[in-house]
Design a protein around this ligand. Structure first.
Ligand SMILES: *[C@@H]1O[C@H](CO)[C@@H](O)[C@H](O)[C@H]1NC(C)=O
Ligand SMILES: *[C@@H]1O[C@H](CO)[C@@H](O)[C@H](O)[C@H]1NC(C)=O
Ligand SMILES: *[C@@H]1O[C@H](CO)[C@@H](O)[C@H](O)[C@H]1NC(C)=O
Ligand SMILES: *[C@@H]1O[C@H](CO)[C@@H](O)[C@H](O)[C@H]1NC(C)=O
Ligand SMILES: *[C@@H]1O[C@H](CO)[C@@H](O)[C@H](O)[C@H]1NC(C)=O
Ligand SMILES: *[C@@H]1O[C@H](CO)[C@@H](O)[C@H](O)[C@H]1NC(C)=O
Ligand SMILES: *[C@@H]1O[C@H](CO)[C@@H](O)[C@H](O)[C@H]1NC(C)=O
Ligand SMILES: *[C@@H]1O[C@H](CO)[C@@H](O)[C@H](O)[C@H]1NC(C)=O
Ligand SMILES: *[C@@H]1O[C@H](CO)[C@@H](O)[C@H](O)[C@H]1NC(C)=O
Length: 438
């Protein structure tokens, strides 16, 4: 893109001339954002945050999204604290225009870094991807999925997409295990004695650390193995087994789990990532669901236990079965991604015609093209830099309001359980999303 220098200069000059509208003005211009606008106006912290934002993508919940968030089964109470956290979480760092969404998920950092709500140092992430129809989709905590109703509203400093769901601030890992229905894993915790209060020290430590990747075994085979192991393992062995499934100081979204990557676990030994035939493996265990974003990192689900004494990768694929189905992944794993095909409709810059309305007559089509080029250049750079460490740039407003909301902080180790092997009869596998292919 050799237009880079001129377009950036042009965009900058238009913005400094005051030709473009601000984020708050843009929100005020859309009737479907009037509820959001009321909340923003009512909170000085949120107003400050959005007034001072720069280089952002704001995922603005529509009136229906907010109404849905507050009523029915969700029935959330939007305290000032939760409002502020949710708006911070909806304010992505960097430009993500519609055209930058891909079938491979991306995990941009947001402006949410308040330790009352998250312990991801670089800013809690959301997942961006294209759905099976090639439409932008945003996944947040508990795999809540939001579509977009209007995209690419341009304003000074960034882009707004109007979303159909309020983003869900990710919950604690312990709560996610339950919410995601990881029944075998809960049974493993029980049968392995990990719920015993004697083990609270290391179990709770792992659950409360910052910046964690959890590899969670959740299958009948894993439960059988764990139960057998537990019947004859020392408590030190059980601790090692537990800690071998956790990687500290690394938030390993699937987009970062490259083939051959070696990661040091909380136990001290390494695990190895392998990508093979479109599947993602940790040692020899297959990732059967990926990217549950939690308060302090990310959870991936495995089809078996990890064995620290046998860190070998999966068996190499044999080419001796040429007549078998060429795409075993999509046939064997229930997946929300299965329907994604590679032929995402390509969008010309003419889609920008709609954006022009938001920008206003003063700016016109030139700014539109400039803005798209600008964000693309930037996005491209950011992709290259995305290595698990985002630059910290705290965007917290100032104000005076008190706060009511604390996210639930259940302690996993609260019971005086003895190990009771075989006590559970686990439920059948929950359909889950497959690992993402890179
Ligand atoms: C505005 O903020 C005050 C104080 O935080 C709160 O009591 C009131 O319910 C809010 N009103 C709306 C419409 O959000
Ligand atoms: C973080 O969130 C808590 C709870 O809502 C709030 O009391 C506190 O002021 C926030 N911290 C900052 C720096 O905004
Ligand atoms: C915008 O933010 C992204 C993400 O933090 C960063 O990589 C990029 O360098 C920033 N661009 C500019 C022009 O500041
Ligand atoms: C973040 O970590 C701190 C210190 O361990 C803890 O007090 C806080 O509850 C954690 N926040 C979340 C949202 O998990
Ligand atoms: C998490 O998602 C599941 C499935 O969508 C839902 O049943 C559950 O109520 C959700 N939990 C929370 C805390 O949002
Ligand atoms: C239990 O552990 C001991 C010592 O590690 C070993 O000799 C024995 O074979 C194990 N028994 C079973 C049933 O695994
Ligand atoms: C373990 O992983 C770390 C982090 O990737 C790496 O630096 C180290 O060399 C690895 N150790 C072994 C023995 O592979
Ligand atoms: C778990 O059991 C399977 C057989 O079901 C076996 O192949 C595997 O090695 C076992 N893994 C561990 C960690 O014990
Ligand atoms: C608003 O921001 C100020 C300064 O960061 C903080 O002290 C206050 O607690 C925040 N209010 C809420 C409700 O988070």
């Amino acid at each position: 893109m050799n237009l880079r220098i001129p377009t950036i200069a042009l965009l900058a000059s238009l913005v400094t001339n005051g030709a473009a509208i601000t984020l708050l003005q843009a929100i005020g211009n859309y009737p479907q954002l009037s509820t959001l606008n009321t909340y923003i106006t009512n909170s000085s912290n949120v107003t400050n945050l959005l007034s001072n934002a720069n280089n952002f993508t704001f995922l603005a919940p529509s009136n229906t999204a907010i109404a849905d968030f507050l009523t029915g089964t969700k029935d959330n109470v939007l305290t000032e604290g939760l409002l502020e956290a949710t708006v911070q979480y909806s304010l992505l760092r960097g430009g993500y225009p519609k055209l930058s969404f891909t079938t491979a998920p991306q995990f941009p950092a947001t402006s949410l870094s308040n330790a009352s709500y998250t312990n991801v140092t670089a800013g809690q992430a959301v997942e961006l991807l294209l759905d099976s129809n090639g439409a932008p989709q945003i996944m947040s905590g508990n795999k809540s999925t939001a579509g977009t109703t209007t995209t690419d509203i341009v304003c000074t400093g960034g882009i707004i997409h109007i979303v159909s769901e309020v983003l869900s601030v990710p919950m604690q890992a312990v709560s996610e295990f339950t919410a995601a229905g990881l029944d075998y894993f809960i049974a493993i915790l029980n049968n392995g004695g990990f719920l015993n209060s004697a083990n609270a020290g290391y179990v709770n430590t792992v659950l409360e650390l910052k910046d964690i990747t959890y590899f969670i075994p959740n299958s009948a085979a894993a439960l059988a193995n764990a139960t057998a192991l537990a019947s004859n393992a020392s408590s030190a062995d059980l601790q090692s087994i537990f800690q071998y499934h956790v990687v500290p100081d690394f938030v390993g979204y699937s987009s970062l789990l490259k083939d051959g990557l070696s990661l040091t676990t909380a136990q001290g030994s390494n695990i190895t990532i392998t990508r093979q035939n479109g599947d993602l493996y940790v040692n020899a265990a297959k990732v059967i669901a990926s990217d549950y974003i939690v308060a302090n990192g990310v959870v991936h689900v495995l089809d078996n236990l990890l064995d620290r004494n046998n860190p070998s990768p999966p068996p190499a694929p044999t080419d001796a079965t040429p007549s078998s189905t060429p795409t075993p992944t999509t046939t064997s794993i229930p997946t929300a991604n299965t329907a994604l095909d590679k032929s995402v409709p390509s969008k010309g810059l003419t889609t920008g015609a709609t954006i022009g309305i938001a920008v206003g007559a003063a700016v016109g089509g030139v700014l539109l093209l400039a803005a798209i080029a600008f964000f693309f250049v930037r996005r491209h750079k950011q992709n290259k830099r995305q290595s698990g460490v985002w630059s910290e740039q705290s965007v917290v407003g100032h104000g005076e309001k008190g706060n009511l909301y604390r996210p639930p902080r259940p302690e996993l180790v609260t019971q005086e359980h003895e190990m009771r092997p075989g006590m559970h009869s686990p439920a059948p596998d929950v359909p889950m999303r497959s690992p993402d292919r890179v």
